[in-house]
Structures are given as C-alpha cells and as structure tokens.
Design a protein around this ligand. Structure first.
Ligand code: SAH
Ligand code: SF4
Length: 356
C-alpha cells in the first residue's frame, strides 16, 4: 500500500519555524507574515483563501502542508451559558476547554496537560491521574478552535486553569504562551492571560525569569502546612513558607496582583480562624483572593461550606484589608466547573469566572 507522505502541520510551528519552513519551499520571508495572518488573525484552515499568495504557492502549500487544529469531539452548553469543548489530539488523547461568557469579557479556560499528576484530594482531575504533557500547539490549538466555536463572541481572556499543572510542563507551556502573546500570532495581551499553579516553586521562579509577563494565580487552599499537606500532597515538597517566598519575589508588572485561589472545604479550611491565618500569611503581598466554594462530586469526602460561612470568611479578609471575591464556579450542570474536567476519566476542566 502506498501511504501519502505526512504533511507538515503549520499550526505546530512557531513563528521562526514557519519562516524557515516556507523558506525551505523557496518562499520569501515576508510570506511567513502573510500566511501567519491568515492562520492566526483569520482562523483559516486551508490555503485556497490565502489570496495574497500566488496560485502556484497555494497549490504547493496544499500539497506539502496542512493547518490542523485539534478535533472537536463534543460540545456541551450549560444553563448559565458556560460551554465545555472536548478536543481530540492526534494520538487520540482528549482534552477539555471551557468558555465562560461574562458581562464585559469572554474567558477561555485551557488545559496544559492531559490529566494531572499532583493528586489534590478535592480535585476530580487529580483523581483521574496523569496521561501526558500537551505540546505547544495542543495548548494553543484549544484557543484556535475555541475562537471559531465562540464566534461571534470574541475571547478576551485566557486562564490556564483547566486540567494539568502548567509549571510541570514548563517548556511546552512557555512556548505556547509566547505564541499566544506574539503580535504576529494569536496576539493576546499578556494582561489578559493568567496561569494557575498548585505551587511548583521552581516553576514560579522560572515564570518570573521568563519575562513572559502574564498573570499568576496560585491555588493556596490552606493557611497552614498541616491542612495543605493533607489536601495538596505537593505541599510536602514545596511547603507554604517556600511558596510564599517565591510569591513575594515574583516580578509583578505595574498594577498587577497575584491571584490567590482558595477552594473552601467545609470543616477543613473554612473557619474564621482560618480566614485570619490566611490574612496574616498574605500580609504585604500584592494579591487578591478568590474564594471558590468546593464543587461537590460523587466519591469526594469534602463538602461545600454554607453561604454564610463563605461570606463571613470573605468579610474577615475584607476587614483585614484584602480584596476578596467569591467565585462560584459556573457550568456545574455540565461538569465544567473547577475540578470537574475530564469527568469521564474520573474527572472533567475548570472555569474561574472573571479572572484577570
Ligand atoms: N493545576 C493548577 C491549574 C488547575 S486550576 C492548579 O491547581 O492551580 C484548577 C483550580 O480548580 C484550582 O484552583 C483548584 O484548587 C480548583 N479546584 C479543583 N477541584 C475543585 C473543586 N472540586 N471545587 C472547586 N475548585 C476546585
Ligand atoms: Fe492538578 Fe490543579 Fe487538580 Fe491539583 S487542583 S490535581 S494541581 S489540576
């Protein structure tokens, strides 16, 4: 049987990679900018429409290359307007993204890994285990697809808060972030992208050193090591004191703050003493606090605190001078809420509303 030679997926190439590839086909350097515009600004997935290229070039490209994003396998819409997309990668691995329309913004929550190795006790993704790292174009591919699927809505903000721990897939994630912010590729402002980490201390340092300039969110979820050790095993490797030092040293752009995420678990970390301890811990850090009432799921021993408990916790932080917000996860009817991505593998992805 004769098999066709595999085509080069232009979406898998960075900006220089695209330039080099086209140069190899005998095309001039400025053609790379033209092709990139069609792909990233126009979302084009075939070459016929690239009208500023010659017919011969378009035919040559169609023979040798392709523009191949992940495949949409499923799409679920929540009663609150949140949408969950299930994407298939080339090897069949499945990854989810969540679109969260808001008043003044539309946020896309993307995944950095298939599954997650960190096994936080309250997280469905963690319970499903780790499958593999995503490659740069598998991360950006979620944005490429979601842009088309969300139209006419325009995605304004990106949060890397879906499945996976982005700072354990550092090289691929950083390259994806470079492509997302590159003015000649996805051209998304660094101010509108936030990465969330469970607290991988060397990764936080590397993100600061990278100069990428995107926002940082940290899933703190506890104010002392005893509780954090129990709910987030990674705390045994990078305990709170080390994490706080990394956060205090993180270079913040002007007017930016670190987002502290705090999943509220009834009877575990939701007392007023916990709120005061959290306030004390965060003293002097430029931050805001997002309180996420636990999304209950079958098989979990944790419970969501009452509205009153959540409100009192928030008020205690506010009294201590913090900007604290309650982020009720959206999309829970389609298992798109925080910690619910990949439900079919024992879990689903996570929307945080209104992250910046
Ligand atoms: N691994 C990174 C990125 C994923 S973000 C991180 O943990 O930060 C996923 C967010 O959803 C985290 O803030 C996590 O604490 C939160 N989360 C996980 N399971 C949850 C649940 N059942 N209810 C509410 N929030 C949850
Ligand atoms: Fe992984 Fe984040 Fe879930 Fe923890 S909360 S298991 S780090 S995805």
């Amino acid at each position: 049987m004769i098999t066709e030679p595999k085509k080069t997926n232009l979406l898998a190439l960075g900006r220089d990679g695209l330039k080099n590839y086209l140069a190899g086909l005998g095309m001039k350097a400025f053609r790379a900018d033209q092709v990139a515009r069609w792909i990233y600004a126009e979302g084009m997935t075939s070459f016929e429409g690239m009208t500023n290229l010659s017919k011969a070039d378009r035919e040559m490209l169609a023979g040798a290359a392709e523009i191949k994003p992940p495949v949409l396998l499923d799409r679920l819409t929540s009663t609150d307007g949140t949408e969950k997309y299930l994407f298939g990668m080339e090897d069949g691995e499945r990854v989810e993204s969540v679109l969260i329309p808001g008043e003044d913004r539309t946020t896309l929550c993307i995944s950095s890994q298939a599954g997650c190795a960190l096994g936080c006790r309250f997280c469905l993704t963690g319970a499903g285990g780790f499958q593999r790292d995503l490659l740069p174009h598998e991360i950006t591919g979620q944005v490429f697809m979601a842009r088309a699927l969300a139209a006419p809505d325009v995605i304004t903000n990106i949060v890397m808060m879906g499945t996976g721990e982005p700072l354990l897939n550092r090289d691929n994630v950083f390259e994806a972030l470079r492509r997302l912010t590159d003015p000649k590729m996805f051209s998304i402002s660094t101010r509108r992208i936030t990465l969330s980490t469970a607290g991988v201390v060397p990764g936080i340092k590397a993100l600061g050193d990278s100069g990428l300039g995107i926002g940082l969110a940290v899933s703190l979820n506890a104010s002392n090591d005893a509780v954090r050790d129990e709910v987030m095993p990674i705390n045994r490797k990078y305990p709170i004191a080390k994490l706080m030092t990394a956060l205090r040293e993180f270079p913040l752009a002007p007017r930016r703050r670190i987002t502290i995420e705090y999943v509220m678990l009834a009877g575990v970390n939701d007392s007023l003493a916990d709120a005061r301890a959290l306030g004390k811990l965060l003293r002097g850090l430029k931050c805001k606090v997002n309180l996420i009432p636990f999304n209950e799921h079958a098989g979990s021993k944790y419970r969501r605190p009452s509205h009153d408990a959540v409100n009192d916790f928030k008020d205690t932080l506010a009294d201590m001078g913090y900007a604290a917000f309650i982020r009720d996860s959206r999309g829970s009817d389609i298992l798109a809420a925080c910690g619910q991505l990949r439900a079919e593998a024992a879990g689903v992805a996570c929307p945080h509303d209104g992250q910046k």
